[in-house]
Design a protein around this ligand. Structure first.
Ligand code: ADP
Length: 867
């Protein structure tokens, strides 16, 4: 059958067979065509017309859909966004010179995690591809993480205590665009549910982990794997090797922007797990899902995209080292105190391009002349930035200034090579500055001179022929021509050769014109080739400096984040926290950084004190809506902001670095994961109880709500006792006021409450946290505020009173009050039972064993009948 298909289809099939899991963009002239199933997908996802094409004699027509090549990137971005991978197949020889079928090859595979086109990337977000390897007994995982557009590349290994959870937390923080797993790996299914459309398989290179390791060694030109820090980390090393092989396959350029591999331990920073990240709304708000209402929205005043990305990374991975925190705080402090320097720094940063991503595009050969020029101009700003940083005293700022590379020469040659505003296309000329290359200048003079000659020809021929309306024109098919209207045809001289007949005119050429044309077109084609050649060489020179550019970019990004933290501190009145080396939280007049923005001037500041060696567990009671949640989150956010290197919203703060923050806040149904609210709550509590240590900060906001009152209270009670014993700094907000009894009886427990003022029937929330406890929840008050009808509230009040009275009487769990309850004791006291009366009167000691059994039997029968 294959003998009968067209040669082109045979070529297509051969290429497609090597990329079965991708959409193949097959170049045909000015179009990328897709066929068969690819065409159907493209038509559906891109909204383009599905047509069909002859497939060969006796073959059914094949479905086809096409997009113009110059508009391809928009369509490509849409497909990537929907999780597809695309293989781009180009014509790799000049169709004019090809004999028979043009040779075609896949020149690049674009996947969601390896895209470099700015249209598919978000400026302030990373676009990660990750690879996971795993082994069992005991379970352990390797993770490799790559930001292809910037070259960031690192790996880590997860073993020991709950490695799967730690890995999943890391992945949640990274929010990868593409997740690769080994064939049939155990995690694939779970990841597929959590990240639909983003999970794919990557195959280890033939030769297994050793081959992967060798590949790393070759890529980084390292004598040994130890130099890369791979020793003793087989899973991380394998993951990194497979990921590198994967991206090398996708791009013909061998991924030269990946200049280093870092081995990370997931223990060397403050651990913020996925739940906590969500609860504290660090990078997106839980209500809207966007940045609005999140902490990053308040903090992100970075001046560059790379700064924005780094800020996010710092927020999700705050430091645990006091030394590093102090270096950052010193820098921020200086920038707060020197607004002028800060302003000049930020002004300089704002002019900087996204170096990392531009260099990345140069490295994969996708940068155009505009990209190079932006990079070249940007590199010229390093000395200015260096000068500003040299004015600082804080050692981190000075060091950043010193680490900026000298790329003045590259910057100069880019600017000397390219014109001031080059076109987006790179193969059509118009890129190279005049005077840069004698050959370009010569060809340009020929092409330009030829055009002038053609223009002069029009005047000359008009004079010679006497045809006043004679025109010289150009089109792609016929080249240059002389056009004469029908009325003037009789004046046409014999040396005019007819080429084309139109409705009202005819077109001619002359020998002379044809000769000139050959010269012009030849010069233009050569010119375009020569310009591209020079441009490509410049792009390669730039790519060769990738590593230095990345180092400069990293320094600029960090300077940006520090200046941003200084700016935010100055704008919002944050202070430098005093850091100490023991578990303590001592906050004076702290504010919630996000809520205070929504309530400018209206936010009531609060103190917080926790001391690992003294009062370390605060039971926080108070009415609904009084501000308990806000208070707990405020404490966590202040600790986190301090450890990322920033100042904090408070009058003063003394803090010891925490190793982990745990939160259990409100209802968060994991409906997709299939667990009920209460189940999720208990899982979160279980996680806290098995992992919290004395250097953890634990925020528990309402536990035990999802079950019956006594059940919930008992769980809350025992959890509080256990936490007090384990010793983490804990804020325990609860509506179970019974828990306040723990103060005084369990070491380290102290009661706080949110103050309210009662004015008649009204309750005024003061939002002030004070020592002591509250025994009312004022739920009915909140119900009124929320607009629940008066009759319903009255009825609720009656039920509440009976319940409270009932509980006091029977100390048992109250039954529900009937609607017309005349007297309270009748609500809960059962009607007198004759059996009970008899039992009460019975003289047990006077009975023989047999009589006792008989009586017991009879009484039981009686009770059953009574029911
Ligand atoms: P709770 O957890 O006690 O039910 P929340 O912490 O959810 O209460 O707070 C309810 C609302 O009260 C918040 O949305 C906020 O508008 C307001 N609020 C909380 N804390 C303060 C404060 N310190 N100052 C001013 N308003 C506050």
């Amino acid at each position: 059958m294959s003998g009968r298909v067209t040669p082109m289809l045979a070529q297509y099939r051969e290429i497609k067979s090597r990329h079965p899991d991708k959409i193949l963009f097959f170049r045909l002239g000015d179009f990328y065509e897709m066929f068969f199933e690819d065409a159907e997908i493209a038509s559906r996802e891109l909204g383009i017309t599905l047509t069909s094409r002859e497939a060969g004699k006796g073959q059914r027509r094949m479905p086809m859909a096409g997009i113009p090549y110059h508009a391809a990137s928009g369509y490509l971005a849409t497909l990537l966004d929907k999780g597809y991978r695309v293989a781009i197949c180009e014509q790799v020889e000049d169709p004019r010179k090809a004999r028979g079928l043009v040779r075609r090859e896949v020149v690049r595979v674009v996947t969601p995690g390896t895209v470099v086109d700015p249209r598919s990337l978000q400026e302030k977000n990373h676009n990660y591809a990750v690879m996971i390897t795993e082994s069992d007994q005991p379970a352990a995982y390797g993770l490799a993480v790559l930001e292809f557009s910037t070259g960031e590349f690192w790996a880590a290994e997860f073993r020991g205590d709950r490695p799967r959870e730690a890995l999943l937390d890391e992945i949640a923080r990274l929010e990868p665009a593409e997740i690769l797993v080994e064939d049939g790996a155990g995690l694939a299914a779970a990841l597929g549910t959590a990240y639909p459309g983003r999970v794919g398989e990557a195959h280890p290179p033939p030769g297994g982990p050793e081959a992967a390791a060798k590949l790393l060694q070759e890529h980084f030109r390292c004598a040994s794997l130890e130099a890369l820090g791979c020793q003793g980390r087989p899973l991380a090393t394998a993951a990194a090797g497979v990921l590198l092989a994967y991206v090398q396959e996708t791009s013909a350029s061998r991924a030269v922007q990946i200049t280093r591999l870092a081995m990370r331990s997931h223990l060397d920073h403050l651990l913020v797990d996925a739940t906590t990240c969500r609860h504290l709304e660090l990078v997106r708000s839980s209500r809207e899902g966007g940045r609005r209402g999140s902490l990053i929205r308040v903090l992100d005043r970075t001046a560059t995209p790379a700064g924005g990305r780094l800020l996010r990374a710092w927020l999700l991975r705050p430091c645990s080292s006091l030394e590093e925190i102090a270096l950052r705080h010193d820098a921020v402090a200086e920038l707060v105190d020197r607004p002028l320097l800060r302003g000049r720094l930020r002004e300089c940063l704002r002019r900087m391009p996204d170096y990392e991503r531009l260099a990345g595009r140069a490295a994969v050969g996708e940068a155009n002349a505009r990209d190079l020029l932006a990079l070249g101009t940007g590199l010229g700003l390093f000395p200015e930035l260096g000068g500003l940083l040299a004015e600082a005293k804080a050692s981190r700022l000075v060091d950043l200034g010193r680490s900026l590379p000298d790329l003045a020469q590259l910057s100069r040659s880019i600017r000397a090579t390219l014109v001031d505003s080059p076109p987006a296309a790179v193969k059509e000329g118009g890129l190279i500055r005049e005077g840069h290359d004698p050959e370009v200048d010569r060809l340009r003079a020929i092409a330009g001179g030829g055009k002038e000659w053609v223009a002069a020809l029009e005047v000359r021929e008009r004079e010679r022929t006497g045809i006043r309306s004679l025109k010289v024109g150009f089109n792609r098919v016929f080249g240059y021509y002389l056009e004469v209207t029908r009325a003037n045809l009789e004046h046409v001289p014999p040396d005019f050769e007819r080429r084309q007949t139109l409705a009202g005119a005819e077109r001619f050429v002359t020998m002379e014109l044809k000769e000139r044309e050959a010269m012009i077109l030849g010069a233009e084609a050569h010119l375009a080739d020569r310009e591209y050649e020079l441009f490509a060489a410049l792009r390669e020179r730039t790519a060769a400096e990738c590593s230095a550019i990345q180092a400069g970019a990293a320094a600029a990004a960090e300077a940006d984040v520090l200046a941003c933290l200084g700016e935010v501190a100055a704008l919002n009145g944050y202070v430098r926290p005093q850091m100490v080396d023991s578990p303590v939280v001592e906050i004076r007049e702290g504010r919630h950084p996000v809520v205070e923005q929504i309530l400018p001037g209206g936010f009531v500041p609060n103190d917080a004190t926790l001391d690992g060696r003294g009062e370390r567990l605060v039971i926080l009671t108070g009415p609904n809506m009084a501000g308990k949640s806000t208070y707990c989150r405020m404490v966590a956010l202040i600790c986190l902001m301090a450890q990322m290197g920033g100042f904090v919203p408070a009058a003063s703060a003394r803090l010891g670095p925490v190793g982990r923050i745990f939160t259990r806040i409100g209802a968060s149904d994991d409906l997709i994961g299939g667990a009920s609210t209460f189940m999720v709550e208990m899982q979160e509590v279980a996680n806290i109880l098995s992992h919290a240590t004395p250097d953890s900060l634990v925020i528990l906001d309402e536990i035990g709500r999802g079950t019956s009152t006594f059940d919930g209270l008992s769980i809350a009670w025992s959890v509080a006792e256990e936490l007090a014993r384990m010793g983490p700094l804990t804020l325990f907000a609860t509506h179970y006021h019974e828990l306040t009894e723990l103060e005084g009886s369990v070491d380290g427990v102290v009661n706080h409450t949110v103050a309210v003022r009662e004015a008649g029937d009204d309750v005024v929330f003061l939002y002030r946290v004070v020592r002591g406890s509250s025994d009312r929840s004022y739920g009915l008050h909140v119900a009124r505020l929320a607009g629940i009808a008066g009759a319903v509230r009255e009825r609720a009040r009656a039920i509440l009173e009976s319940l409270e009275a009932g509980c006091a009487l029977s100390a048992e769990r109250p039954a529900m009050a009937p609607r017309s309850a005349p007297k309270q004791y009748q609500l809960f006291a059962p009607p007198p039972s004759p059996t009970l009366e008899e039992l009460r009167e019975l003289n047990v000691l006077a009975l023989t064993p047999l009589e006792a059994i008989n009586t017991l039997y009879r009484l039981q029968e009686q009770v059953r009948r009574e029911r």
